[in-house]
Ligand binder design. Structure first.
Ligand code: PLP
Length: 283
């Protein structure tokens, strides 16, 4: 596999990053994951807009201009022959003497990209549905910035596995924030689609925005408001969204079936609509 590190395309075995890199020492870095479908990138512009925002919120320099970042994505997809999968991009504040204060201006940010092959459109999990368990949300309070501080989501994922579930929904002040690496949604008995509004409490999912837009265009009712685990358990349907999972039905929450305990019709429909649109607009 070929990866990209600070200006060079190299075999993964030959790629190196400094032990003084602030991503490694302080989790002082941000990332994006863009999905590849039919060898093309889904919602690249959305991912770049969020990357710009994450960088700006942390006063971090952009590592390259957007046209260059696009060409690096395409080059890696081509070199690794990726038809379906993802491109991971990470930017850190670079390597400098270990100090809590930021390094001097002019320190070069580190830019790393790699690909991963994965069946995303024909995912059997979409037929089966996912099971989730609730866990307290113990992350920091700026979840709208897509930082590489992923230790708590990783612990939450392990907690889910230990409880024989696929994923965890995190709960704060009695309300669901989001999944470990996805946004959480429910559908009420009257067909209203519900997801938490954007704030500092959740990551502003690129897929979330696309699904809200597509749901509206298809004439579905939706409301952006928080919901509790209890409300989710009593909902007609539930699902998650993320760049790599698209729309994925959730069929059990803390062991209790959601609706009939199988992927619901509207969740399935939204998945279909999303994939059609992604295929149509990928670049
Ligand atoms: N929420 C969290 C915490 C995430 O890590 C992710 C994606 O990685 C998402 C939501 C979904 O965002 P997107 O649809 O942009 O992949």
């Amino acid at each position: 596999r070929t990866v990209y590190v600070n200006g060079a395309f190299v075999p993964e075995e030959a790629a190196t990053i400094s032990v003084f890199d602030r991503g490694f020492l302080f989790a002082d870095g941000v990332y994006e994951v863009t999905t590849v479908l039919g060898g093309r990138l889904i919602d690249f512009a959305g991912h770049m807009a969020r990357l710009r925002r994450s960088l700006a919120e942390l006063a971090m320099d952009a590592p390259a201009d957007e046209a260059e970042i696009l060409s690096i994505h395409r080059e890696l997809v081509a070199r690794n022959g990726i038809e379906e999968g993802m491109v991971y991009l990470q930017v850190t504040r670079g390597a400098a003497d270990r100090d809590f204060a930021f390094p001097p201006a002019g320190t070069k940010p580190s830019l790393v990209l790699f690909t991963q092959e994965k069946a995303v459109s024909d995912n059997p999990a979409a037929e089966k549905g996912l099971t989730v368990v609730s866990v307290p949300d113990q992350r920091w309070a700026r979840r709208d910035i897509k930082t590489v501080q992923l230790l708590y989501p990783s612990l939450a994922k392990m907690e889910a596995k230990a409880r024989d579930a696929d994923d965890a929904w995190m709960v704060e002040n009695g309300l669901v924030t989001e999944g470990t690496s996805n946004n959480a949604w429910i559908i009420l008995a009257d067909g209203t689609i519900v997801t938490r509004p954007r704030s500092e409490a959740i990551l502003h999912g690129i897929t979330r925005s696309a699904v809200l837009r597509l749901a509206e265009e298809a004439g579905h009712r939706f409301v952006e408001r928080p919901f509790s685990i209890e409300e989710a358990k009593g909902a007609a349907e539930a699902f998650i969204t993320s760049a790599s999972a698209f729309v994925m039905p959730v069929v059990r929450i803390d062991g209790a079936p959601v609706g009939a305990g199988v992927p619901g019709p509207l969740s399935r429909r939204l998945r279909q609509i999303y994939i059609e649109e992604a295929r149509r607009t990928a670049i």
